[in-house]
Design a binder for this molecule. Structure first.
Ligand SMILES: C[S@@+](CC[C@H](N)C(=O)[O-])C[C@H]1O[C@@H](n2cnc3c(N)ncnc32)[C@H](O)[C@@H]1O
Length: 242
């Protein structure tokens, strides 16, 4: 069955409220993210590859900001036996749908889905932590501490996958990537009205950093290796190894 179509911003709105991961978004989220984030499907595949390579039996694997569980499912399907998967999200609508989605998957890895703010999540004995387009929604000034706590909770050799929308210092690069991202969305069926209303809703909610800020923050948090492993327009993915 096709995923329900995202029409959240399709009709003119008299005023634009700040974007929230509420029921109306959770209902259409899979369609929304697939048509809005270039490279999203490839990041999910990459998570599967990393799960196989870095998942360690007897450890925990965290998916922070798990939404409907797309990354959580990739982890469960590709981890070696003996890993425990922890999905975390602070949206009730997302967690209830994620729990239903996970219950239909019969992979071996044990799991739990927590309705929790990731800033409260206790990270311990971890071999993998995933932040797939989630850190960008956490207040900027708290990101440093979150990465430090993640690094502390990882075992040596464990990894963080961090995927984010990014911004560019260079104004012509920023303008070009923004235009191409809008063209990508148009080609995937979004109207100019939908693009501009969603953009307004995300204005003070999704705060992007530069690639350099991400790299520096990951090094500062204690990762000994930091590599950019993917970029598609203004969406970048980094791998940190403790
Ligand atoms: C863009 S979605 C992530 C997509 C998902 N990781 C995937 O791979 O499909 C961001 C998610 O992060 C969650 N989120 C945002 N801030 C959070 C926080 N402080 N604690 C927990 N979850 C949070 C939102 O509710 C939303 O479901």
């Amino acid at each position: 069955m096709a995923n329900p179509k995202d029409e959240v911003y399709s009709r003119p709105m008299p005023s634009i409220e700040a974007f929230r991961f509420d029921q109306s978004v959770a209902d259409v989220f899979q369609d929304m993210i697939e048509r809005s984030v270039p490279g999203y499907g490839l990041v999910l595949q990459l998570i599967g590859v990393l799960a196989e390579k870095y998942g360690q039996p007897g450890t925990r694997v965290y998916d922070l900001g798990c939404s409907l569980g797309a990354s959580t499912l990739q982890l469960r399907r590709h981890l070696p036996d003996g890993c425990h998967v922890v999905g975390v999200d602070n949206s009730e609508a997302m967690v209830s749908r994620c729990t239903a989605n996970l219950s239909r998957d019969h992979s071996a890895a044990s799991y739990e889905i927590l309705l929790e703010d990731l800033r409260e999540t206790n990270i311990e004995n971890a071999s993998i932590v995933i932040l797939n387009f989630t850190l960008q929604f956490v207040p900027d000034e708290e990101r440093k501490n979150i990465l430090a706590r993640i690094c502390e909770g990882l075992n040596v050799g464990g990894i963080l996958l961090l995927a984010e929308k990014v911004k560019f210092e260079n104004s012509s690069e920023q303008a070009l990537m923004t235009t191409l991202h809008h063209d990508f969305k148009k080609q995937h069926g979004y109207s100019d009205l939908e693009i501009s209303q969603k953009r307004a809703a995300l204005e003070n909610v999704l705060i992007p950093n530069t690639e350099e800020q991400h790299r520096q923050r990951m090094h500062d948090a204690g990762f000994s290796v930091v590599e950019q492993c993917m970029r598609c327009l203004n969406f970048s993915t980094f791998l940190g190894i403790k």
